[in-house]
Design a protein around this ligand. Structure first.
Ligand code: ADP
Length: 545
């Protein structure tokens, strides 16, 4: 839908800004004033400059061609028939100027072309002056009748193929008539002086057509679109130029020069404005397309995230189910053996200790899950207290050293590390999780280094091990709930996939971050960053999965 909406955007639907409307009004008002103030001396003939006629005609032809091309593009974009008619009108105006210039008696052809009648260029000029307002008038009528209905793609293709052919044919036919039958057509001018009386009908028709085109365009300009506003400027200018041209009475008169110059300025300004707006339009459309693309990517990402969540929930059921079954089977097995009463007190002690550790594992699983849920939903109130991190690290390392004799835990702590504001219990949980992972995923004898240092307004902690490592593509996923890496070396290491999620959410709640770097088979380092400044306790839910 949105893509279709973008496709429909065109100069005929983009509203002109208030400034543009004012500029258009001032511009056409100036042209009208110039024409009116030139009327008293419009008939004076200052000098003959055929080269001016040729150059101005060539320029007008070029400007009309570009306008036709632009309108043609708008037609293909919107498939609205009146735009095809407009494009055809401008194309006609552009093409018919060529035979006009070639047959105009000038320094190129002092007596006009051989075989070309004396009236040929005058008649071609008349065809142009009739064709332009007629075409504009018809296109506006077409717009009123078609009520904005776009054509089918097939019709659009057919029309866009036919337009250049039909317009070129029309120009050829009219040129043929003007060249071969100009002597049988009414005489338009004699030695450059217009024959007004015997061609009054034609001249009045031209003025009437110009007037009709200007009126319908001004009425349509009330829609306020860029195209209609500037089309009304073009037709009002054409009307007053036609009036001045007829009034001037002869070639090379001041009125004739002025009408040429006015026409040129009008068509150039209108073209420039349309080009400018079309550029802006494409820029806007490109931006909207970018936004749509961005939106699509966001949706795709969200989709992926949802799929992952779904998978994680499935994993959770199977992981938790598996963990519970394993633990309960162990507890049940030991319980049954103890109940048989055949064991020594030493064996009973050992079995009870195993049962306790299984129960402890289950309780940890449930506690971590509950902690996570409470933190995410904002139900867990975090304390804000002064924590000496180095002390905390030393305490935990000492505890771990006494429990795990197989690993050497080395400390590399910055002596003057400042204290920070945080929830001590939660930070303990973070460090314990990272430390127990380092122990769990390292072979016996592997060194574990815990370091602390100040980095500007942050405290940086690192827990480094020489363990099995993490594949690079999993480095971000491991902080998501229930993510466990299934590899040869980690398959038989127990875990829930919750520890690092707890770490990530806790740190986020304390205004900190966690990241990991690792080389498979060589070890991993987990970096924790905590702000030194006191963070407001965030009670709102956290959206980390
Ligand atoms: P678990 O209870 O499975 O250890 P965690 O959330 O703590 O859950 O860790 C998620 C996964 O990240 C682990 O299953 C493991 O594959 C990987 N992992 C975490 N810490 C390390 C580490 N220090 N070395 C190698 N792999 C690790």
């Amino acid at each position: 839908m949105e893509q279709a909406g973008l496709r429909q955007q065109s100069l005929a639907s983009t509203p002109a800004t208030a400034v543009q409307k004012r500029v258009a009004l001032i511009f056409s008002g100036t042209l009208v004033c110039v024409v009116l103030s030139a009327l008293p001396f419009a008939r004076q003939v200052p000098f003959h400059a055929p080269v001016f006629n040729i150059l101005s005609s060539a320029f007008a032809s070029f400007a009309n061609l570009i306008t036709a091309y632009l309108l043609f593009g708008q037609f293909l974009r919107t498939r609205r028939p009146f735009l095809a008619q407009l494009a055809a009108t401008y194309l006609f105006s552009s093409l018919i100027i060529l035979p006009y210039v070639l047959t105009f008696p000038s320094f190129l052809w002092p007596h006009s072309w051989p075989h070309v009648g004396a009236q040929t260029s005058s008649w071609l000029n008349i065809f142009l002056r009739i064709g332009f307002p007629l075409g504009i008038f018809c296109s506006m009528l077409l717009e009123l009748c078609s009520k904005g209905q776009p054509l089918s793609t097939r019709r659009t293709t057919i029309i866009s193929t036919l337009i250049p052919i039909i317009v070129s044919l029309l120009v050829v036919i009219l040129s043929f008539i003007a060249i071969n039958f100009s002597s049988s057509l009414p005489v338009l001018s004699m030695n450059g002086n217009y024959k007004i009386t015997n061609t009054l009908g034609i001249r009045l028709t031209i003025l009437a057509l110009d007037l009709a085109a200007a009126i319908i365009c001004v009425i349509q300009a009330r829609r306020g679109t860029v195209l209609h506003v500037w089309l009304s400027v073009a037709t009002v200018a054409a009307l007053f130029d036609a009036g001045l041209y007829q009034w001037s009475g002869s070639l090379y008169s001041i009125g004739w020069y002025l009408s040429r110059i006015n026409g040129l300025i009008a068509s150039t300004v209108v073209l420039a404005m349309l080009l400018y707006r079309v550029n802006r339009l494409y820029e806007t459309i490109a931006q909207q397309n970018d936004l749509l693309e961005q939106h699509k990517t966001d949706l795709e990402k969200k989709n992926e995230q949802l799929e992952r969540q779904n998978q994680m929930q499935k994993d959770f059921v199977s992981i938790v189910g598996h963990e519970f079954r394993t633990a309960l089977t162990t507890i049940q097995g030991f319980g049954e053996v103890i109940a048989e009463d055949t064991l020594t007190s030493e064996e009973i002690k050992e079995y009870v200790s195993d049962m306790c550790s299984e129960a402890h594992r289950l309780s940890r699983l449930i506690t971590e899950q509950l902690d996570l849920d409470r933190m995410r939903s904002g139900l867990m109130q975090l304390k804000s207290e002064v924590v000496d991190l180095n002390d905390l690290i030393k305490e935990l390392a000492h505890r771990a050293n006494t429990q795990s004799l197989e690993h050497e835990i080395r400390l590399d702590l910055e002596r003057s590390l400042p204290s920070l504001w945080a929830d001590r219990d939660r930070l303990t949980q973070v460090l314990l999780n990272l430390l127990s992972n380092a122990i769990k995923y390292s072979p016996e004898g592997g060194e574990i280094v815990i370091s602390s240092m100040r980095e500007g307004a942050w405290i940086h902690l690192a827990v480094q091990d020489q363990g099995i490592g993490i594949p690079p593509e999993k480095l971000e996923q491991i902080f998501e709930q229930y993510t466990r890496i299934d590899s040869e070396s980690s398959r038989f290491i127990g875990g829930t996939g919750l520890g690092l999620s707890v770490v990530a959410v806790t740190l986020q709640k304390n205004g900190g971050t966690v990241s990991a770097e690792s080389a498979e088979g060589k070890g991993s380092t987990f970096h924790v960053k905590l702000p030194l400044v006191r963070m407001p306790i965030m009670a709102e839910p956290v959206s980390v999965w």
